[in-house]
Ligand binder design. Structure first.
Ligand SMILES: Nc1ncnc2c1ncn2[C@@H]1O[C@H](COP(=O)(O)OP(=O)(O)OP(=O)(O)O)[C@@H](O)[C@H]1O
Ligand SMILES: [Mg+2]
Length: 255
């Protein structure tokens, strides 16, 4: 249904000026994001995934094409989680999480109470008063995710949020994301390089071509939600991983 569409990207193109003239990054990207769905984008390095995230997040203007909001208003708020946590080093962990609420005028007491609730959810309740520099990469990234979720975003954009983490931490946080996923109302678009992360989390996976980028294929993930970690051991999960790997290999993407 049209009214279920939160945001539509309509023939988006993006070029950047470069020494050799124009760098053509996004060729012709059209996509629809339905309310409350979780979409993953997988694509080669340097193909413009971050550029697309920044356009969808309203941080960057497309060169051509437009964003359409069928409900007549922009998603509010939109939160973005980047590959690096970008925590403010001069604020303690709980203050970092509370910051979006403080910016929007919440009292310090209420904002910190809500931040502590989120720190509980992500298992970092004991680190509320810690400085970000004393957190591990995985902890910092969890904090960045909590800082996004505390805003109750209508649209949550995540650009390889787990990309800088070691494999074990990454797997653990993706399982945590899987359980948050049922608790949040946001529409989520996540860029990832991990096939298993995408299958575990997404309702749909968009395969993105090399530069200039287009969306090559859309794959629906048929597994019912809520999903359990054991899904990763299922024959159907492995079959889907193989299928995706094959599609990405056909495009020359190594996985
Ligand atoms: N502001 C900018 N000015 C000029 N060129 C840019 C700008 N932002 C991105 N680019 C170029 O656009 C291309 C796509 O960059 P982008 O970061 O969107 O790719 P990506 O798919 O996110 O890559 P990665 O997988 O490495 O994160 C790159 O060649 C990059 O150098
Ligand atoms: Mg990127």
């Amino acid at each position: 249904m049209e009214s279920d569409i939160l945001l539509e990207a309509d023939h988006i193109r993006k070029t950047f000026p470069s020494k050799e003239g124009q760098l053509h990054v996004l060729d012709d990207i059209s996509l629809k994001l339905y309310r409350k769905e979780f979409v993953c984008i997988i694509g080669p390095s340097g193909s413009g995934k971050s550029t697309l995230v920044r356009i969808l997040g309203g941080l960057l203007e497309p060169t051509a094409g437009k964003l359409i909001y069928p409900s007549g208003r922009e998603p509010d708020p939109r939160a973005i989680v980047f590959q690096n946590s970008n925590l403010l080093p001069w604020l303690r962990t709980a203050e970092n999480v509370a910051l979006p609420l403080l910016i929007h005028g919440a009292s310090r007491k209420d904002a910190l109470a809500e931040a502590k609730r989120w720190l509980d959810i992500i298992g970092l309740q004991d680190f509320a008063d810690e400085w970000p520099n004393n957190l591990s990469g995985g902890m910092a990234q969890r904090v960045a995710i909590a800082r996004a979720l505390i805003q109750k975003p209508e649209l949550l954009l995540m650009d390889e949020p787990l990309g800088s983490l070691d494999a074990m931490t990454r797997e653990q946080i993706s399982l945590e994301l899987m359980s948050f996923r049922e608790q949040i109302d946001a529409t989520v678009l996540m860029v990832t390089h991990s096939i298993s992360e995408a299958i575990l989390l997404a309702d749909r996976i968009l395969i993105y071509s090399g530069r200039p980028a287009r969306i090559q294929e859309e794959i629906k993930v048929p597994f019912p939600r809520p999903r359990q970690p054991e899904l990763r051991d299922a024959i159907e999960f492995n079959a889907m991983s193989r299928l995706l790997r094959k599609k990405l290999m056909i495009q020359g993407q190594a996985f």
